[in-house]
Design a binder for this molecule. Structure first.
Ligand code: BJ8
Length: 425
């Protein structure tokens, strides 16, 4: 893909040498992890294509959209409502942060004991290797964990288009009021950026597009609960990852196509993993592209992943937004209600998440839960202990993992995961 898009990347200010190196690693990882799988649904061909063009065709589409006057908004968190962006005819893209880059440079801005996700966001900016970031007219940061909150102060010195959204930490009346007022402030900022004033019709239409995308993901999630499984966890995760930067309507159609195929697999009792393969639910920090390390270890150690309790997973798409309102005010309320239910570990207390993990374990017929915490992530690694205790009470086996984006601990993780899988058998 390099030569074809070189001038576009240069125009975006990318460091071509570093970018080539990143694409090389990404391509190899994808080949070794994804393309090495057997019996993948044919519909995954679409996602293979999307991944092969992740910095090519999709970026070209965004650049073309910009030329036609459309604005691009980048986001690091599922609390940034895509509905508001779409209602102004802007495009929202997730900024992945799933790989280490330019670590030495990053540590001039952040302490070493910062989680890999935050470091990655800085690495992609400092290394000038992310075309999504460089295409964005506005980058939205959010006050979630302390790490992100403080990191945005420094990130703001590296870009002139960072917008920071405040977020509540408690599910109280005041918390909801804060979220609503922050969404109102965001709406005004997006209207100012795009020059488009949101109407009930445009907001309703945007809610419909995002609800359709989330409904498609619900359908896929439900099919993953089948026993025997009809799609690998790696492929299920990939669909979730792609949902953050693909065109939403095209993505929705592609997911439905896969679901049609999976339904046929269920009808014909097609098996892609041996009968009685232990079923795992992953829970914890989000896994952004190309963070496939843990699922890859799990699925090459004799288990299959049936669901992700994660923002790149069910926590991100779980609820739909009410579309019954007739005024912008009512629809903004519906959006606030929908996002206020997201049970990220930055909230305290966070019983909803503990309950949801148990519900998911049951719904997906999981034999055990692997809790994935990024090293130095206080919200998730602390909450992991509560998760484990809650699961223990229900006799659901749980393994707590703390790791980063490096490959040094693969052997050690594999040993622990294999022992856990043996226990499940
Ligand atoms: S809604 S999970 S996407 S904040 S891993 S940066 S929490 S120290 S990512 Fe997240 Fe929004 Fe919550 Fe979801 Fe901090 Fe932890 Fe790092 Fe994290």
């Amino acid at each position: 893909m390099s030569s074809e898009y070189e001038s576009m990347w240069r125009g975006l200010g990318l460091n071509l040498e570093a970018h080539d190196a990143l694409l090389g690693v990404l391509g190899k990882g994808y080949t070794d992890i994804y393309l090495a799988q057997k019996d993948r649904p044919e519909g995954m061909g679409y996602f293979d294509f999307v991944m092969s063009e992740v910095h090519g065709l999709r970026i070209k589409e965004l650049v073309d959209e910009k030329e036609q006057g459309r604005k691009i908004i980048g986001s690091y968190c599922v609390f940034v409502p895509e509905e508001i962006a779409l209602a102004t005819n802007a495009t929202l893209v997730g900024l992945c942060s799933g790989a280490d880059f330019a670590l030495e440079e990053v540590e001039k801005y952040l302490p070493r004991n910062t989680c890999a996700l935050i470091k990655s966001a800085f690495g992609f900016k400092l290394g000038q290797v992310c075309p999504y970031l460089e295409t964005a007219d506005m980058v939205v940061g959010e006050n979630t964990c302390d790490g992100k909150k403080k990191a945005y102060e420094s990130l703001g010195t590296l870009m002139d288009n960072l917008y920071v959204m405040d977020l509540p930490q408690m599910k109280s009346g005041q918390g909801r009021d804060l979220l609503r007022s922050e969404y109102d402030r965001f709406k005004l900022a997006v209207e100012a950026l795009t020059g488009v004033v949101i109407t009930p019709e445009s907001l309703k239409q945007a809610i419909g597009i995002v609800n359709a995308k989330r409904s498609a993901l619900h359908r896929l999630a439900k099919l993953r609960s089948a026993d025997p499984v009809v799609i690998s966890g790696l492929d299920g995760l990939l669909a979730n990852q792609v949902s953050f930067y693909d065109n939403p309507k095209r993505f929705t159609e592609s997911v439905h196509k896969i679901c049609d195929e999976l339904e046929k697999r269920i009808q014909t009792d097609q098996k892609i993993f041996p009968v009685k393969t232990p079923r795992i639910l992953i829970s914890g920090c989000p896994m952004a592209v190309p963070n496939w390390k843990l699922p890859w270890i799990i699925e090459t150690s004799g288990a299959v992943i049936v669901g992700e309790e994660s923002c790149v997973g069910e926590r991100g798409y779980r609820n739909l937004t009410r579309d019954t309102g007739t005024t912008v005010d009512e629809l903004m309320d519906a959006i606030t209600d929908r996002y206020f239910d997201v049970d990220c570990a930055i909230f305290t207390p966070n019983q909803d998440r503990l309950d949801h993990i148990q519900e998911m374990t049951k719904a997906y017929q999981a034999d055990g839960v692997i809790h994935y915490g990024l090293q130095f992530c206080q919200p998730y690694t602390m909450e992991a202990i509560c998760v484990e205790n809650a699961l223990e009470k229900k006799d659901i086996p749980c393994l707590r993992i703390e790791t980063d984006y490096g490959m040094e601990d693969v052997g050690q993780l594999k040993t622990r995961i294999e022992a856990f899988i043996e226990q499940l058998k």
